[in-house]
Ligand binder design. Structure first.
Ligand SMILES: [Zn+2]
Length: 84
């Protein structure tokens, strides 16, 4: 088996209503860009790879090789989700 970047799986990013409220509160507050990024990472798992906004989908690539299992996850908003 080669370590190709295979066709990824698409998964919805599920954010709880409480998480969304909390995230919006942080994003709309005056905290630093870093703090906003951190909140996005904690609550949504990351930000859109293209525009940095709240993602709605994630692509999970299997990058396993002889050394073991590996996964690469990319986050995208609706607008930037690439066609697969
Ligand atoms: Zn985007």
């Amino acid at each position: 088996m080669r370590n190709n970047k295979n066709k990824p799986k698409i998964a919805d990013i599920i954010i709880s209503p409480e998480g969304l409220v909390e995230l919006n509160r942080i994003l709309n507050s005056g905290v630093s860009h870093n703090s906003k990024n951190q909140a996005m990472n904690e609550i949504a798992g990351g930000d859109c790879l293209v525009c940095g906004s709240l993602p709605s989908k994630k692509l999970i690539y299997d990058v396993s090789d002889d050394d073991g299992e590996g996964k690469l996850v990319e986050h995208y908003c609706d607008k930037h989700l690439p066609a697969i």
